[in-house]
Design a protein around this ligand. Structure first.
Ligand SMILES: NC(=O)c1ccc[n+]([C@@H]2O[C@H](COP(=O)([O-])OP(=O)(O)OC[C@H]3O[C@@H](n4cnc5c(N)ncnc54)[C@H](O)[C@@H]3O)[C@@H](O)[C@H]2O)c1
Length: 454
């Protein structure tokens, strides 16, 4: 079976590489020549655990091919996935011009029956627009070629994308006929072992499923952030409240960790796109409006703490930052809370030194020489007045606090991810500020004998 993936970004590359690994003949096509030239020699545009090895292995076996030529990419193809970007336009709606361009190219160059699958995250109704555009192009050619459409939203998580693709929680596919169902079931068979479910539904429901999934996760994040902020005001401890509610299986522990707001290329955009869809149908999405508002507010929480702490002595402070990407496991800085935070600190006259295990090049492109870049996390601390934890990378969780004490000018930490134990940090003499717990109100369990890690 030969398949083609149009758009070789995060989703397209993972999709192509994972399908190639099952033995399929996969062509990944993109209009970005530099990207394709790099990929041909195994240079990836993104960091994603396990992806480089997967691409290398399948390039070597000639199962994975990269091209900018759509015509050759579509030759003998049975299934074409459209995985191009769908950025938000100025109104918060999805900009569909990439996807409709890709559909137009498919219509222009297809030579045989194929299933055209929308894998990009697109507003309800887009797959039918794709169908219309392809039919239009075929009509222009005077071609009566048959094709079917499908909607197969992608649920992979940045930082775990390969594993999510290989072992999916579920595969959702919107279809219009039994023929498409049979083709898609066969294609995904290697990923369905161990009872991973494949759920077929109509196309509109499949498109809505993707937005509903991201919207509920974003809602959980904004909800817990709001509760954390209130905990701080009333003198409760969010870490205890989280334990208290998470044990209820209807609530669960996932996505109820306080932080400095969600970012990335999906959650913020998808929440706004769903609000926009609601508006189009004259149905205001009140919960999601709140989710978006709370998230925007949350991004300034860490800066407010720093600003309140230093007051009018903030200018000229040396601020160390650990973590820049919007979450661990990825170099992605789309709408990362670190961006607004750094802009605010710079505006306040701070000197900033940053370290992130994967996002340094991305940060250089964003901030240039306005900030300083450290080679490793301890280096960022030299002469710092405070440390800000922005992304909860594993390697930050158990630092050597004694070394930190010697490097930092002031033992002050603002933790935007609550990764340290407030009691332990207090014992070590740090002025530790985290989220959802007031410094004057740290709960010490009666029997707890605190162990100090060095
Ligand atoms: N990144 C994620 O974690 C994630 C997860 C699930 C779903 N999605 C969705 O998947 C889609 C793709 O996202 P992404 O992050 O992979 O995007 P991306 O920006 O990383 O990649 C998109 C690629 O499409 C290419 N492209 C644009 N127009 C093209 C055309 N006409 N023909 C061929 N190539 C073209 C671009 O050059 C780029 O390389 C989006 O709708 C996104 O919302 C993303």
């Amino acid at each position: 079976m030969k398949i083609t993936v149009v758009g070789t970004g995060y989703v397209g590359l993972v999709t192509g590489a994972c399908f190639a690994d099952t033995g399929l003949d996969v062509t990944c096509m993109d209009i970005d020549e530099f990207r394709i030239d790099d990929l041909k020699i195994g240079i990836l545009p993104i960091y994603e655990p396990g992806l480089e090895e997967l691409v290398e292995r399948n390039l070597e076996k000639n199962r994975l091919r990269f091209t900018t030529d759509i015509e050759s990419a579509l030759t003998d193809c049975e299934v074409v996935f459209i995985a191009v970007g769908t950025p938000a336009d100025d109104d918060g709606n999805s900009d569909l011009h990439h996807i409709l361009n890709a559909a137009r190219d498919v219509g222009k160059y297809m030579q045989n029956y194929m299933v055209v699958v929308t894998k990009a995250t697109v507003p309800v109704g887009t797959a039918y627009k794709v169908k219309d555009v392809i039919r239009e192009e075929l009509d222009k050619r005077g071609s009566g070629l048959e094709f079917d459409i499908a909607s197969n939203p992608e649920f992979l998580k940045a930082g775990a994308a390969v594993m999510d693709f290989l072992k999916p929680d579920r595969i959702v596919i919107g279809i219009e006929c039994g023929k498409t169902e049979a083709i898609m079931r066969r294609l995904y068979k290697p990923f369905l072992l161990n009872a991973h479910p494949i759920i077929f539904m109509d196309i509109t429901s499949a498109e809505m499923t993707k937005y509903a999934a991201n919207a509920i996760l974003a809602t959980k994040i904004s909800f817990i952030n709001e509760i954390a902020n209130l905990c701080e005001k009333v003198g409760a401890d969010i870490n205890l409240v989280r334990k208290g509610i998470g044990t209820d299986p209807r609530i669960g522990f996932d996505f109820i960790y306080p932080g400095i707001g969600f970012g990335g290329s999906c959650f913020p955009r998808d929440v706004r796109a769903l609000i926009h869809t609601g508006d189009e149908y004259d149905y205001p999405m009140e919960v999601l409006r709140g989710v978006d508002t709370v998230n925007i507010r949350q991004r300034s929480v860490l800066f407010t703490k720093v600003s309140n702490y230093f007051g009018d002595r903030i200018k000229g402070r040396n601020v160390a930052i650990w973590g820049l990407s919007f979450k661990p496991g990825t170099n992605d800085m789309h709408e990362a809370p670190s961006i607004e935070l750094i802009d605010s600190l710079l505006a306040a006259g701070c000197n900033i030194k940053v370290y992130d295990p994967k996002a340094m090049n991305d940060a250089r492109q964003l901030f240039g020489d306005r900030i300083t870049y450290a080679n490793e996390h301890y280096e960022a601390l030299i002469d710092s007045d405070c440390l800000l934890i922005v992304t909860e990378w594993q390697e930050f969780r158990f630092p050597n606090f004694i070394v930190m004490t010697k490097l930092m000018k002031n033992k002050v930490i603002f933790d935007g991810r609550n990764i340290f134990d407030p009691v332990e940090l207090e014992q070590l003499g740090f002025d530790y500020h985290c989220l959802g717990i007031r410094n004057d109100n740290i709960y010490v369990p009666v029997k707890k004998k605190v162990k100090v890690h060095e």
